[in-house]
Design a protein around this ligand. Sequence first.
Ligand code: PLP
Length: 253
Amino acid sequence: MKTALTIAGFDPSGGAGLQQDLKVFNAFGVYGMSAVAALTAQNSSGVASVEAVDSKFLKKQLEVLISDIVPDATKVGMLFSAGNVSAVASFLKKYRLKNIVLDPVIMSSSGMMLVEESVPELIRKKIFPLCTVITPNIREASVLSGIEITGIRDMAKAAVVLKGFGPEQVIITGGHLTGSAVDMRYDGTFSYLKGRRAPGTYHGTGCAFSSALAALLAAGNDVPEAAHIAKRFMGRSFRKSVSPGKGMRLFSL
Ligand code: PLP
């Protein structure tokens, strides 16, 4: 059985972060593992509080795990602290891990910062060059590229800038654009993944898309194949989503 690892944040609601990632890995028939980088107190309405896991302890989790199981793919999500970014970059390099998917988490939908101030730049410098694919949404791509994205043309400009920082491929997810929900993939040439906009607000969509990509890469797909399948999976997940709380809809996989 293929294996995938998520290095991400803990979400008690199970709608985002590593709990969501593990459900997605399972949905694709890939054995899921997780290392926790940050703790959050949140529910379907938003994030109330965040704490980083000590970077020495994150490193310990990763070293102990990999002494036993080498993942076929790794998804990196919310790391929160500068120390955790450095620890994860060293880990990915030391073990020459392949199939690395980065969801460059910066802020929650509800507006809570999910990283220390120095982290976006550090991620760009230390983690981007190690990645098979990065999956920023419009807001993250704007912050990380310095280009304010209001439409498809800006998306393309930002994708070129972001690829310049070293990832093999960039997928900017367009779910937050007005108009159609087009994702853009850039690997030197552009391709587009169209989807119907789902009505309502959803929690954990970025986590689900990036962990679906990681599972699909672990299973042996290349990035273009994985992107198409992950996009279809997102469409199904929106349709099957549930609303057990008072806030955003959650995926039920
Ligand atoms: N909590 C954790 C642990 C996350 O990783 C993320 C996003 O990646 C969020 C919350 C934010 O999710 P949302 O954008 O749905 O609020």
